[in-house]
Design a protein around this ligand. Structure first.
Ligand code: ATP
Length: 311
C-alpha cells in the first residue's frame, strides 16, 4: 500500500522557514485533511512531496521513493495545486490529451475523467473561457487521469458551487474507500468535517496535530451543556455553587460552559428542579481548530480590546 512519508522536512526561503522539521505520514484508505492558517506551510509541503521544490533538509517520499524516481508519476500520484496553471488557449480535452500522451496514458482515460468531473459537455471549449469552478474540475480531472493510488488536492472546493462541493466530497470519500491515499488541504472547517477521517494540522511550518478527526475534536473541546428548565433561578443557584454560570436564555434554553449534561442532571434531580431538556453540546471542528491554532496564525487582523469595541 502507498503512503506519503514526510520526515524531518525543513524548507527555508531566505529567512522564512516555511516548513520546520516536519514529520508525518499520510496513510491509504482514508481522507486526510491538511489544515493550518494562511502561510502555515501546507502548499510548500505538497510542492516538496511532488519534487517541485527542493527541501533545505529532510525528505518527502512516496512509498520510500522520491517523486523524481517514479517511472510514470501520474500513474502513482495525482495532484491539484493551482487550478489556474492550465494553458488557457487549449480546449479542456486537448489539455488532458497532451497530459495523457506525455505520460503514456491511454486516450480513453481522457473521456473517462471528463465524464467523472462533469466536463464532457464543455470539453471542446478553451480553458480561458472557464469559470474558477470549471478550472477546479479540470484540475481534478487531470489529477485522476493516471488512476493514481495517491491523490493530493490543495483547496479543491475553491470556486465550486454547492453541487460541486457535494461532488468533490463524494469523490474523495470514494477514492479513500477504494484504498487510495487522499490528502486534501482546506480552510473550510465545516466542509472538512464532512469528508476527512484524519487530520494533519500545521502552524508556522510545524506539526500541531496528527490525529483521527474524532480524537482531534475531543481533545480540543471544552464541555458545554444545553438545558431547559421551569426553575432557572434555583438551577442558577445550584450551578453557581459548583462554579458554573447560568446566563441569559436563548429561545428558552440556557447554555452552561464547562459543565457536562450528566452533572447538571444529577444536580437538578437531587434538588427537585424540573428539567425539560438537557444535552451535551458537541464542539465543531471549527471550534476545536480555532482553539488549537489561536496563537499560530501568521496573518491575522488586529484584535480590538473588548472595552474599545463599542467606542
Ligand atoms: N516561493 C516562495 N518564496 C518565498 N517564500 C515563500 C515561497 N513559497 C512560500 N513561501 C512562504 O512560505 C510560508 C508558507 O507558505 P505556504 O504557501 O506553504 O502556506 P500555506 O499553508 O499553503 O498557506 P495558505 O493557506 O495561505 O495557502 C509563507 O510564509 C510563504 O510566504
Amino acid at each position: 500500500m502507498t503512503s506519503i512519508d514526510v520526515k524531518d522536512l525543513t524548507k527555508e526561503y531566505g529567512t522564512t522557514r516555511a516548513v520546520d522539521d516536519l514529520t508525518f505520514s499520510v496513510r491509504p484508505g482514508r481522507v486526510t485533511g491538511f489544515l493550518g492558517p494562511n502561510g502555515a506551510g501546507k502548499s510548500t509541503t505538497m510542492r516538496l512531496v511532488l519534487g517541485l521544490d527542493r527541501p533545505t533538509s529532510g525528505t518527502a517520499t512516496l512509498d520510500g521513493l522520491y517523486y523524481a524516481e517514479l517511472a510514470e508519476p501520474l500513474r502513482h500520484v495525482g495532484a491539484l495545486l493551482d487550478a489556474q496553471a492550465a494553458h488557457g488557449s487549449r480546449t479542456a480535452r486537448n489539455h488532458l490529451l497532451a497530459l495523457a500522451v506525455s505520460n503514456r496514458l491511454p486516450a480513453r482515460r481522457v473521456d473517462e475523467v471528463l465524464d467523472e468531473s462533469g466536463l464532457t459537455s464543455v470539453a471542446g471549449r478553451r480553458i480561458k473561457t472557464f469559470s474558477l469552478g470549471m478550472r477546479q474540475r479540470l484540475g481534478i480531472a487531470a489529477a485522476l487521469l493516471g488512476d493514481p493510488e495517491i491523490v493530493m488536492l490543495d483547496e479543491p472546493s475553491n470556486g465550486l458551487d454547492p453541487e460541486g462541493i457535494i461532488w468533490i466530497r463524494e469523490l474523495m470519500r470514494r477514492l479513500a474507500a477504494e484504498g487510495r491515499t487522499v490528502l486534501v488541504s482546506s480552510h473550510l472547517m465545516n466542509e472538512t468535517a464532512t469528508f476527512a477521517d484524519h487530520l494533519v494540522v500545521l502552524g508556522r511550518g510545524k506539526l500541531l496535530a496528527d490525529d483521527p478527526m474524532n480524537e482531534f475534536i475531543a481533545s480540543h473541546s471544552r464541555a458545554r451543556a444545553r438545558v431547559r428548565t421551569t426553575d432557572p433561578d434555583r438551577l442558577r443557584e445550584l450551578l453557581s455553587d459548583r462554579g458554573y454560570v447560568l446566563g441569559e436564555p436563548v429561545e428558552g434554553r440556557w447554555t452552561v460552559d464547562g459543565a457536562k449534561a450528566e452533572e447538571i442532571g444529577v444536580l437538578a434531580s437531587g434538588a427537585g428542579v424540573q428539567v425539560l431538556e438537557l444535552a451535551d453540546e458537541q464542539t465543531s471542528l471549527e471550534e476545536a481548530y480555532l482553539a488549537l491554532t489561536a496563537d499560530e496564525a501568521e496573518f491575522r487582523a488586529p484584535t480590538v480590546p473588548a472595552s474599545r469595541q463599542e467606542a
